[in-house]
Design a binder for this molecule. Structure first.
Ligand code: GRF
Length: 195
């Protein structure tokens, strides 16, 4: 917890592996006057992750953690999270599965955004699968991370229609905009409940 302009804010670490549009929208939210969070640490398992640009641009401390040895990587992550007094974690396109150790240390304190209407379509290639299955709707979900993949309590979910001519690409592009909207909203809801 940190106090900014007399208001309490929870300290957040965002984990990424790539592009970082959700990181960007979370940073923008954290910079708003009445935000309940401050982003103090960005962690990437990829040194070339495009999203690191947003951390640099906003002068947010970032770390690249090599995942060649998962155990060492996670031990380092735990040390850093403690060092920065991180209250909760947002996974934003982080392509590694966290072990039980981190999940239990940060029980109910890790959020993730997933591009489907969970509990449907857990795992990868969600857009491809919904199109193949001729679904009428898809969506995105912000949920709490548990040791069961894409299965924790849902914080916020948004549904969109799949259009006749949608391809994997058009669908993911349209949905990403919605993801970028709901992640900060879910984080706000979560932070208010945890402040
Ligand atoms: C998003 O589609 C998110 O739902 C999934 O990974 C993607 C990350 O995108 N978990 P970005 O790096 O935030 O742009």
């Amino acid at each position: 917890m940190v106090k900014l302009n007399g208001k309490k804010r929870l300290k957040v670490s965002v984990f990424i592996s790539g592009r970082g549009t959700n990181l960007k929208s979370l940073i923008n939210f954290s910079k708003t006057k009445n935000s309940q969070i401050s982003i103090n640490l960005v962690i990437s398992n990829k040194k070339n992750a495009k999203g690191l640009f947003f951390a640099k641009k906003n002068k947010i401390k970032y770390l690249v953690i090599n995942y060649k040895n998962k155990k060492n990587a996670e031990n380092r992550i735990l040390v850093e999270l403690k060092k920065y007094n991180i209250d909760f974690i947002c996974l934003a396109g982080f392509m590694k599965i966290l072990s039980k150790k981190i999940i239990s240390k940060y029980k109910n304190k890790i959020l993730n955004i997933h591009p489907s209407l969970l509990p449907k379509y857990k795992g990868l290639d969600t857009h491809k699968r919904v199109i193949l299955n001729k679904e009428k709707f898809t969506g995105c979900t912000v949920h709490i991370v548990t040791s069961k993949l894409d299965s924790g309590k849902i914080i916020l979910q948004r549904k969109i229609k799949i259009l006749k001519n949608d391809s994997e690409k058009s669908l993911s592009k349209r949905l990403l905009k919605i993801e970028n909207q709901i992640y900060p909203r879910a984080v706000r809801k979560f932070a208010i409940a945890n402040l």
